[in-house]
Design a protein around this ligand. Structure first.
Ligand code: 9MR
Length: 371
């Protein structure tokens, strides 16, 4: 069902200079706007983006933080065999960030899902608890040791099963049980005592994600109660999350639920990072202007809520341009039109979402930055 633009969507478009007579856009880079409020703004960067000079120039202009989209994942570092390391992709991203003085995040040391574990590991397993612990500790040490410039790690990613709220059953938990998570955090802290260590997940705000949120909260509470070195909660921010595929507004009821969840996390003393922001527009209207306006409205409402928390220190998008978004191939639109999940279109022109992010950052309260 199509609907009229809300006032907020209209404002987002005016901010982007998309409406006739709209206010002239302020072209201050997003990271500059973020820094004024004690935040950083950044993006994920992958192999495709690294090979695209125009895109890299845009990333360098807009961003002060960077994360490798896939290059630190176990399946990327050790695709074929236990003793073979492939560092080239991750090294290139680290060099790009270092050359430009960007804050580099690492994603991820323990992606606790069998779908994303290399086949050789699933075939051979990790053996006993002690063997599993030795393997995981060595892995964490080696990856962290190679990238001392990384100051914030997604140590553990997506370990909660959204359907049940329980820990997923994986090659790691089959050896170490739920201790796998704790072992990863302790090893990471030993290897990088100054780094900010995060648990990262994609739980959404809708009613169908209630079990996911509750499970994540239970995990965080247990880790804190056991004195595990965890400092940050990574909210992925893939909108809409979960199975609520037809979301076009962040309703007041959903905002209340979401705030209650984030309040609990804050109560545990964790900082917050939005680690993977984008909008899945599979079921949004075909017309690009309308589609962009709805996506921008969702981003604006989500950011306004999250930026209210002074604990939120960084906002990273999962791709800066529609040219390089995982959502082009995941969940294609029924009409097969190209997707528009990010702040810049495929020709690297700013969209309403870029203006929404800029406006949200301009309106954000100041906070103490990460050093
Ligand atoms: O964007 C990533 C895509 O290129 C990969 O094929 C996929 C599997 O490794 O992972 C995507 O990134 C995911 C991230 O690592 C964790 N949260 C969800 C992201 C989107 O699926």
């Amino acid at each position: 069902m199509l609907r009229r633009l809300t006032r907020r969507e209209g404002l987002a478009m005016a901010g982007a200079g998309l409406l006739a007579g709209g206010a002239a856009p302020d072209h201050a880079p997003l990271d500059v706007l973020a820094r004024r409020k004690g935040l950083r703004f950044g993006t994920a960067l992958g192999a495709e983006g690294l090979a695209d000079r125009g895109y890299l120039a845009l990333v360098a202009r807009e961003c002060g933080a960077l994360v490798a989209e896939n290059e630190h994942k176990l399946y990327a570092l050790k695709p074929g065999a236990p003793d073979e390391w492939r560092w080239a992709g991750a090294d290139r991203i680290a060099a790009f960030a270092a050359d430009r003085g960007m804050f580099l995040r690492g994603h991820t040391l323990l992606w606790n899902r069998d779908e994303f574990a290399p086949d050789w590991l699933k075939r051979q397993g990790l053996g006993s608890q002690a063997e599993g612990e030795r393997w995981l500790t060595a892995h964490v040490r080696t990856v962290i040791g190679r990238y001392p410039q990384i100051r914030s790690w997604d140590v553990v990613n997506e370990t909660i099963d959204p359907a049940t709220g329980a820990m997923r059953d994986t090659v790691f938990t089959r050896a170490m049980g739920a201790d796998a998570v704790e072992i990863a955090f302790r090893a990471a802290h030993e290897a990088a005592p100054q780094a900010r260590l995060a648990y990262n997940d994609y739980m959404g705000w809708g009613p169908s994600d209630a079990k996911h949120r509750a499970g994540v909260l239970r995990l965080l509470e247990r880790l804190k109660a056991r004195g595990v070195p965890i400092h940050t909660f990574g909210v992925q921010g893939h909108i809409p999350n979960g199975d609520a595929g037809n979301v076009v507004v962040f309703s007041q009821a959903d905002q209340r639920e979401w705030r209650a969840f984030v309040d609990e996390v804050r109560g545990l003393g964790l900082d917050l990072v939005i680690t993977q922001l984008d909008v899945n527009d599979t079921v949004l209207p075909a017309d690009p202007t309308r589609r962009d306006a709805i996506a921008a409205g969702l981003v604006r409402d989500f950011l306004d809520l999250m930026l209210d928390y002074r604990e939120l220190k960084q906002v990273l998008v999962w791709g800066l341009s529609d040219r390089h978004s995982w959502l082009q191939t995941w969940w294609p639109r029924p009409d097969r039109l190209p997707k528009r999940p990010t702040p810049y279109d495929a020709e690297l022109r700013p969209k309403a979402m870029r203006a929404a992010i800029a406006d949200a950052l301009r309106g954000a309260p100041e906070r103490t930055p990460w050093t």
